[in-house]
Design a protein around this ligand. Sequence first.
Ligand SMILES: *Cc1c(COP(=O)(O)O)cnc(C)c1O
Length: 397
Amino acid sequence: MEQLAIFGGTPVRQRPIGYGRQCIEQDDIDAVVETLKSDYLTCGPKITEVEQKLCQITGARYAVVVSNGTAALHVAAMAAGFGEGDEVIVSSITFAASSNCVLYCGAKPVFADIRPDTYNIDPDSIRKLITPKTRAVIAVDFTGQAVELDEIKAICKEHELLLIEDAAHSIGTRYKGQPVGSIADMTCFSFHPVKTVTGGEGGAITTNDEALYRRLLRLRAHGITRNRDEMEHPTDARWYYEQVELGYNYRMTDFQAALLISQLNKLSKFSARRKEIVKKYDEAFSQMPELVVQREIPESDTTRHLYILRLNLEKLGCDRRQFFDALYAENTCPQVHYLPVYWHPYYERSGYEKGLCPNAEKFYCEVMSIPLYYALTDDEVEDVIRAVKKIVEYYRV
Ligand SMILES: *Cc1c(COP(=O)(O)O)cnc(C)c1O
């Protein structure tokens, strides 16, 4: 840690600034406490209420909340009918859950490369990977920026593929004015505390398709139905329910739903503050040739979940590791999003080789995510910018 001698010490804070953090206010706490005192801790009215709220925000006809974003992806993959012998095209720069859901179903993830400037899945890469076995595309709105939905939807339509949008980063984002959540066949959200709004844990799937909706509801609860139309041995007995397929217990609790409703009510203020911070960073970093600023497509009005600091390594006498450690010594804790999924040993062992997605691999070696969250103060933003400048000036070649 040679940098520690050069970098560090300023500013002194009680705790270092991390890359993301939830914002919980008194009304969020009150909403949870009130629900804890109510009749229902699970399967109660808050579930219906939060699902209605999600429909309202996204413009989708149906919403199903589940225990976390990974569960949302899992039931979406099951509802899509993925199975042995199927291939599903997935973004290569994402959290592993985006492609693990394909593996849960016994199907094969096929990794598409990213665009070098937006960092989102490249539609040309999708086209090249389509085979007769391809069933669907899972496109991730990386950092919160919407993927090129028009073009990807056109590809899916032409080849009869289902489009699942992993919107774990992108609640609040609009594509051509339309909210994320109402555009793909199914859109999956995560409400982990690091994301823009949180339920502690939590996830959701939105869709406009009634058949998918019915299936998602069943899969959330063991594959059990109380709906007579879905039964094999229907009866009007009040106690009766049937398990018609194999599902899971992926339910959300009512107190999580209460927290989530309270947080969703603040989405526009969360979104506005995130946009302000992104603007400050963009303005500061676009003036430094040693750094690369993420390109935003004009169609996306983005609520950014992550801010990617990308190094132009030709103009810096250091590597990403040295820069990361220097920033860490400056009391800012960055993180790297993400290792190309197929570089994880579990995937490597299945035969995915390095070199598969050159843009994704280059991206990984040049990036780190710096603090971006609602409660970040202007002073803290300035501190981060000052620290980045100091390191850039030190390593500039
Ligand atoms: C967070 C995240 C998930 C998983 O969500 P959990 O709620 O943590 O299970 C999936 N995909 C992406 C892109 C994510 O960032």
